[in-house]
Design a protein around this ligand. Structure first.
Ligand code: SF4
Length: 116
């Protein structure tokens, strides 16, 4: 059993942080089919999914769908975000399910969100 698994649902980002290693791969948003396939493979191997590696997960147009799919399959979702698009979660009334952690770096604040 893994303690947690990171899933990069997109490598697109809306910022250009000085400390970022910079992403030179082709920009992509994970499809729902790909996400469902990953969920199937991870069942029984972890409880916690982290939607972050590089990229800004709140940019993904199917983020809420992905959160709901993950929850429906028994996973708890954590999101690390630069916070600029946090209103997207407010619009779909998911903010009341969030727990916040703030990580302050030299110039930027990184938010970690746990959806309960
Ligand atoms: S928010 Fe993250 S992925 Fe985006 S530029 Fe900053 S460090 Fe890189």
């Amino acid at each position: 059993m893994y303690k947690k698994v990171y899933i990069e649902i997109t490598n697109n980002c809306n910022l250009d942080c000085t400390f970022c290693i910079k992403n030179h791969r082709k920009q992509k948003f994970m499809t729902e089919e790909e996400f469902r396939s990953i969920l199937d493979k991870l069942k029984g191997h972890t409880k916690y999914l982290y939607f972050h590696l590089l990229g800004e997960p709140l940019l993904h147009p199917k983020l809420i769908n992905f959160i709901n799919l993950a929850n429906a399959n028994g996973f708890q979702v954590n999101i690390t975000t630069n916070g600029y698009l946090i209103k997207r979660l407010l619009i779909v009334k998911i903010l009341d399910r969030l727990m916040f952690h703030f990580i302050v770096m030299t110039q930027n604040i990184i938010y970690q969100l746990m959806i309960i």
